[in-house]
Design a protein around this ligand. Structure first.
Ligand code: ZN
Length: 385
């Protein structure tokens, strides 16, 4: 790994960019660094003005570029037992320890270094950098940037999302929808329970419907044996309801998620679920008209399914280590959104392992940084005119 890459990585890791915090200082650092080599950045702020995405491009504007994409936010370190300082890069025993080292400031440091290099050469295609915020809370931040890039006259030729994959080519992941459901009933003294609508009972019926839909997905939905769980999944993660044992509860709230194979349509699933909810509500309304099930979408992001034979994958394979395989993963990335909004082929490939992400004493192997550097070096070499 070049000393400059480590220097950049140390700077990046020193910024506390936990998703709840501003990432502006990091974005300004990158903008200023790129500007030292004459590369201008487009900054796309969020509604609060406290967070921003960055997009930069170097090379001929008239041709589609190779886009390197990463998220600048990290998950919290608070409450975890760290032996190393989380917001600093500690180099020890062939590893770099610290929050974000593998997820995913290591890749960002390599990508920035490649951009700085690229500025010194005449390129036949632009090299581009996209940095987002709020990825860890559901791929929230990048959407504003995609709104802008979607309207740009030239779309990228391919996009590399540098999430930690041990430099393997990840071509697919499931999409995800998260939902909050309000089940409403009618309060009453519990001695009169059968005359009222118990919101928790309504929620139980709804959960039964969810579990039934899971079975349907398992039996009749899309199947893909490349995944640990080869079908779309439905899961209730949280439920809150009731005030006291002697009161028939009027509200029960539950949170559920769907992780769908790209071939299973999330909107269609939700439509069918609403129909099932309606049947439950109609039954409950025989006792009280206030009975209701309201499903609110909290967040969704699409899955990714890049075909291994597309030109972009074959092009990138030239610069990868000979033993590089293709895989699908269980975690989500911004890749699905890049594909959906820009219609660009996406390969998720970056140094480090997801096994080390989100944990105390997160680290990246320096050998992985070296592998990432070699990959981007080859890629940049091919862009030189
Ligand atoms: Zn990540």
């Amino acid at each position: 790994m070049k000393p400059r890459v480590l220097e950049i990585l140390k700077k990046l890791m020193a910024f506390d960019t936990v998703s709840s915090e501003s990432n502006m200082a990091l974005i300004e650092y990158v903008r200023d660094l790129l500007l030292t080599q004459g590369i201008e950045s487009l900054i796309v702020k969020d509604a609060s003005g406290k967070k921003a995405n960055l997009f930069a491009s170097t090379g001929p504007e008239v041709r589609p570029g190779v886009l390197l994409s990463g998220h600048t936010d990290v998950v919290p370190a608070a409450g975890q037992a760290w032996t190393f300082p989380p917001f600093a890069a500690t180099v020890q025993d062939g590893r770099i320890y610290g929050r974000g080292s593998c997820d995913m400031k290591g890749f960002i440091a390599l990508a920035i270094d490649a951009m700085l290099d690229a500025a010194h050469h005449t390129l036949n295609r632009p090299l581009q950098l996209a940095l987002s915020h709020d990825e860890e809370i559901g791929c929230v931040g990048v959407r504003r940037l995609l709104d802008v890039l979607h309207l740009a006259p030239m779309r990228p030729f391919l996009c590399v999302v540098g999430e930690p994959t041990n430099m393997q080519f990840v071509l697919g992941h499931k999409g995800k929808g998260s939902y909050r459901t309000y089940c409403r009933g009618l309060e009453a003294h519990s001695s009169l329970a059968p005359r009222s609508v118990n919101a928790i009972h309504v929620a139980c019926d709804f959960i039964a419907a969810l579990r039934e839909s899971q079975q349907q997905l398992q039996r009749h939905g899309a199947q893909d044996s490349d995944y640990d769980v080869p079908y779309s999944t439905v899961h209730v993660g949280q439920i809150v309801g009731g005030k006291a044992l002697n009161i028939v509860p009027n509200l029960c709230t539950l949170d559920f998620e769907v992780r769908n194979l790209p071939a299973d349509n999330l909107d269609q699933f939700l439509e069918q679920l609403r129909e099932r909810a309606e049947v439950i509500v109609q039954e409950a309304k025989k006792l009280s008209s206030v009975a209701a099930i309201e499903i609110e979408t909290v967040n969704t992001y699409p899955g990714l399914d890049t075909h291994p034979s597309v030109e972009a994958v074959r092009f990138l394979k030239q610069f990868a280590a000979p033993d590089t395989g293709t895989a699908k993963v269980s975690f989500g990335t911004e890749g699905g959104l890049f594909k959906q909004r820009l219609d660009v082929p996406v390969v998720v490939c970056g140094p480090g392992s997801i096994e080390q992400a989100h944990k105390p004493d997160e680290f990246i192997e320096i050998s992985q940084m070296d592998a990432g550097e070699a990959f981007l070096h080859g890629l940049l070499g091919s862009l030189k005119a």
